[in-house]
Design a protein around this ligand. Structure first.
Ligand code: UGA
Length: 450
């Protein structure tokens, strides 16, 4: 099938590569000439495991090409995916100007007798597909036929390729059989449950799914705070409730809260949708507030332990918003780094993939010396007062903690992602401070002193 993908961000690029991988002929369009040039020369502007190899393989095989020319790409494609940015506005609602602009451009290319399916792949508020349809109708030539489909993505950064190649479900929201048939042809080689719904429902599925996952995280973070006050252990609680199949263990990892380009934005956007429709959704407002509170809680604990943070050298492990990505958008680790720097602490940070982006996006912090970037996790702790884990990179688990202990001035490790093994840390003599694990820590300390 000939496919055009408009927008080569995370979603567009990964979707394009995966469609090409199963044999479709994909043209990826972007209006940023520099980006197109880079992609043509085989440089992938984001770090995503497995993506670079897949793009190279498919461009070499001629199944994937990059262009700035939307008209050419749309002309020859049967299905056009809109995967452009949908940035947030001040009030939390989504700015749909790029989606609208693409809809207009696509419409202008359509000729009488053409039939094209235009797919909303970007995360959009319910009702956007209808508006896209009306826009195309308004600008297309008489006799051009089309359908609008919503096909939300559920890929996670860091595992995007796998999530797309082996999805648990594929959602196609369409109001026409003809469009549905083409969509299932595209997805024929992919496994996963087929979910056929109407256009509006598909759009809602995406916002509701992300908001629900964010709610799970805020819920467990609240439970973690209760664990810390009551002497329980959030890991044991999460295990106990997660085994109930109606609840599930996934996304019940307590920590510093969620970040990234999706959850914060989508929770806000869903709230804005509910507001616009006159259906108050206070629960989501709380989800959002509880998430912001996690960082405050950690800063409070740091004050309890260290009293004054000013002029103290504090090592922070992790900059990216989660492991296996160099994406820093809405990263809680960065919020932590900034808070510490504001308090006058000397931050020395390390991240396996996020350093370059941090340097580029925060020149004032780096140039002023408020934040130093270390070349390794171990280098960051040399002579530091204490350290904080802010991102759940698995490789941090295997660092040499005996060396960490001998290099830190105080053996305090704040584990904002509950990444490390408390027994090991206590055994090494650390003052180890995880989130919501007071009960576990107490029993370990009692056992060690018995
Ligand atoms: C999220 C969804 O998981 C995807 O299904 C969705 O397609 C995507 O948004 C999107 O809308 O495009 P992503 O933002 O890549 O994916 O990252 P997640 O793995 O969901 O993690 C989000 C944040 O939650 C991270 O900061 C992570 O550290 C945090 N998190 C996750 C927790 O604090 N606890 C958990 O138990 C899980």
């Amino acid at each position: 099938m000939k496919i055009a993908i408009i927008g080569t961000g995370y979603v567009g690029l990964t979707s394009g590569a995966c469609f090409a991988e199963v044999g479709h002929s994909v043209t990826c369009v972007d209006n940023d000439p520099k980006k197109v040039q880079l992609l043509k020369s085989g440089v992938i502007p984001i770090f995503e495991p497995g993506l670079e190899e897949m793009v190279k393989r498919n461009t070499a095989a001629g199944r994937m090409i990059f262009t700035e020319d939307l008209h050419e790409a749309v002309k020859s494609a049967s299905v056009i995916f809109i995967a452009v940015g949908t940035p947030p506005q001040e009030d939390g609602s989504v700015d749909l100007r790029f989606v609208e602009a693409v809809a207009r451009e696509v419409a202008e290319v359509m000729e009488p007798g053409d039939y094209k399916v235009v797919v909303d792949k970007s995360t959009v508020p319910v009702g956007t597909g209808d508006r896209v349809g009306k826009t195309i109708l308004r600008y297309a030539k008489l006799g051009a036929e089309f359908d609008v489909v919503s096909n939300p993505e559920f890929l996670r950064e860091g595992t995007a390729v796998d999530d797309l190649m082996k999805p648990d479900r594929i959602v196609v929201g369409a109001n026409s059989e003809r469009a549905r048939k083409l969509m299932w042809e595209i997805y024929e080689p992919f496994p996963g449950d087929r979910v056929e719904v109407d256009l509006n429902s598909a759009e809602l599925i995406k916002h509701a799914a992300n908001s629900f996952l964010a709610m799970k995280i805020s819920f467990i973070n609240c439970v973690a705070a209760i664990c810390d006050k009551s002497g329980a252990d959030v890991e044991q609680v999460a295990h106990g409730i997660g085994l109930d199949q109606r609840i599930g263990r996934a996304f019940l990892n307590a920590g510093l809260g969620y970040g990234g380009s999706c959850f914060p934005k989508d929770v806000d956007a869903f709230l804005a949708v509910s507001r616009d429709l006159g259906v108050p959704f206070e629960l989501l407002d709380q989800v959002h507030r509880m998430n912001a509170r996690q960082l405050d809680l950690l800063i409070e604990i740091m004050h309890e332990k260290l009293w004054v943070l000013r002029n103290k050298k504090i090592a922070v492990w992790g900059i990216a918003f989660k492991a296996n990505t160099d994406d820093l958008r809405e990263s809680v680790a960065i919020k932590l780094i900034k808070r510490l720097a504001e308090e006058g602490a000397q931050v020395i940070a390390y991240d396996p993939k996020g350093m370059e982006n941090f340097r580029r996006e925060n020149p004032e912090l780096v140039e002023s010396g408020k934040v130093t970037l270390a070349t390794s996790a171990l280098e960051s702790v040399e002579n530091a007062e204490c350290m904080v884990i802010a991102t759940e990179w698995p490789e941090f688990v295997d660092e040499d903690f005996e060396k960490v202990k001998s290099d830190l001035r105080l053996p305090i490790v704040f584990d904002g992602r509950n990444l490390l093994d408390p027994a090991k840390m206590i055994g090494l003599g650390f003052d180890y401070v995880p989130i919501g694990r007071a009960g576990k820590m107490e029993s370990l300390r009692n056992a060690a002193s018995a």
